[in-house]
Design a protein around this ligand. Sequence first.
Ligand code: GLU
Length: 419
Amino acid sequence: MTEKIPANNTWQTAVTQLDSVSKLMMLSEDVHQLLRNFERILTVSIPIRMDNGSLRIFNGFRVQHNSARGPYKGGVRYHPELTLDDLKALAMEMTWKCSLAGVPFGGAKGGIICNPKTLSKSEIERLTRRYTYAIMPIIGIEKDIPAPDVNTNEQIMAWMMDTYSMNNGYCTPGIVTGKPVNIGGSLGRTDATGLGITFALANAVKSRKMDFKGLKVAIQGYGNVGSTVGKLLGEMGCKIVAVSSSKGGVYNSRGLSHTALMKHYKEHGSFEEFPHAENITNEALLELPCDVLIPAALANQITKENAAKIKAKLIVEGANGPTTLEADQILAERKIPVVPDILANAGGVIVSYFEWVQDVQCYFWCETEVNMRLENLLNRSYEEVFSLSHERKVNLRTAALILAVKKVVDAIQVRGLYP
Ligand code: GLU
């Protein structure tokens, strides 16, 4: 029996997308049901001694969607509004992302319901260590390899790696990716998601015969990923006309300086009142006149309410799941191409794979080699998606999903059913 899913959530979106490509691919109902379901979902409670001496119990999860193509892989997210449905959608998306990129991993995602902005550094450390301990039975170098995601970073990965290693009895760098370089992290991992987005954008611009120089770009979410994209695109001659944080953003049609934006944010904790720019809301940013829109914040930002008002000629999804199903439909009718998340933001997990390979071999590459391999993989993925979308006359998201799902299905079929 298929479970009942509440309308309009990220899991609903992920599963509806899977249902429609399964139909297009004429998958058998057996395989379709296998893909719709999860191999394992672990819920853990995480008791933490707070700095003031009180005890607080947090809830955490690790969701493992599919391991037909390799060990589970996916980030760990800390967010006050995190739900199990979000993690299910994100874990399934990781299965497709790894498959599309051709990296030999399955999909997983984890997280803790918490607001890290209200926790001290030592509370976050205790939370991370106890969460790692709680999920230890189901993670491992060849089992499931966590990584950073929203509100988690390389310091948190270092604590996860240390906790796992201490319990394991020996140093185990390959247990997580996205860790600091001096304990087995990969050069290039910090910028990998942002760099990958610029490669995806360059491909999309080329295939639409647009001119890269002077492109006006609006970026929603100028955090880890968005700000790297802004920095790189600025260096490549694009004009960043709008950026935002969760508190709101700023707009100037003549362009904003990345360095000045970062300085302003550091001093004020927001982009508001940035000199020579207009303050805007996160919603208004999406509807600004620009050539390229990069939603790089959270899910469900482009909706049926604003999709008709978007003026960008091209959308590149930096965040996971920023476009709802209805919005996707409206954008397709308006012939605004959307480079989907599983293609556009795959740079992070691709370099995570490189990091894991380097850890397993204890042999490390230079940054040029990492970036070159990343570019090759992403260009190949883009070409495959682009030509399938032409061949089957479907949008880029559907083409990407067909390619990704096919490789997972092939793996399931050749492995067969145990017992
Ligand atoms: N959290 C990132 C993503 O959503 C990276 C995952 C990883 O490196 O495993 O793709």
